[in-house]
Ligand binder design. Structure first.
Ligand SMILES: Cc1cc2nc3c(=O)[nH]c(=O)nc-3n(C[C@H](O)[C@H](O)[C@H](O)COP(=O)(O)O)c2cc1C
Length: 249
């Protein structure tokens, strides 16, 4: 390995996050765990219908996996509260408590740490005003954080990807890294990125069942996206995005 290779940030990251390189995590020092979700004190909270009260679309799992495709062109059709309930429940919904601090959700997560918050820019919805929302997983509701049209900002966050302007909703998954670091110290940063993939895949599949479409977005402007969502970019940061809408083809 030459000097340049040993300085490679990606390789360094893998090296420094090997099990024998890690510092002792706070959990092992008996530091109490951080809260398992955020309260952002929204302007207004909108309850979503519980998934068990919704007539779920019929979808065969293996066929759904097989027909999934990334979509970058969307119709004007808005999302209903039922659609939003399904999309949010199947990506980050809490299914049950394992113990006081630990919940099980519709996606796996390393150590069940579930270190994400979901923020959505809702552009087209039947009953909710345009704006940036926080998914309040604990009570399956959406909290309105910023009202208004943020189409331009969503496109800019996605480095000019124009399909973000057509989307009915733009998902921003936000990592609260200490929630994962508390148990796994530096290795948490591997797990955060692995966890994010599961969440976005579930969004693809849930959307497919609704005849909607998704495009995963990892090409985004970190600083701009973090600023838009009022995140410090250090302990809390956008880890993944997705554009979602009813598909044209
Ligand atoms: C981690 C990841 C990041 C991606 N980022 C983008 C992106 O920023 N913009 C985009 O248009 N597509 C993005 N995609 C979608 C891929 O381009 C797409 O999955 C790929 O072309 C294969 O097509 P398929 O999803 O229809 O199978 C991303 C996909 C993944 C898994």
């Amino acid at each position: 390995m030459n000097a340049e290779e040993s300085d490679h940030i990606g390789k360094k990251f893998l090296e420094k996050t090997r099990p024998d390189q890690l510092s002792q995590p706070d959990q092992q020092k008996n530091v109490p765990p951080p809260p398992r979700s955020w309260d952002l004190t929204p302007k207004k909270t909108y309850d979503l219908p519980a998934p068990e009260e919704i007539d779920l679309p019929e979808a065969h799992l293996l066929e759904t996996i097989d027909s999934r495709r990334s979509k970058r062109s969307f119709t004007e059709k808005p999302l209903s509260n039922e659609d939003l309930s399904i999309l949010l429940y199947y990506t980050q919904g809490i299914q049950r408590e394992l113990s006081g601090e630990i919940s099980l959700r519709t996606v796996p997560s390393a150590g069940a740490r579930h270190a994400f918050e979901t923020m959505i820019y809702l552009d087209k919805a039947t009953s909710l005003p345009r704006g940036i929302y926080h998914y309040q997983a604990e009570d399956h509701s959406l909290g309105l954080i910023l009202s208004g049209n943020f189409q331009k900002e969503a496109v800019r966050a996605g480095l000019g990807q124009n399909h973000l302007a057509e989307a009915a909703a733009v998902f921003f998954w936000v990592a609260d890294s200490y929630r994962m670091e508390w148990r796994y110290s530096e290795r948490a940063f591997r797990y955060l990125h692995l966890d994010a993939g599961h969440v976005c895949q579930n969004l693809y599949l849930a959307a497919e069942a609704l005849d909607a479409g998704v495009c995963a977005i990892a090409a985004y402007d970190d600083d701009y996206a973090n600023k838009l969502l009022n995140l410090d970019g250090q302990d809390n940061f956008v880890i993944y995005m997705a554009a979602l809408g009813f598909r044209k083809n």
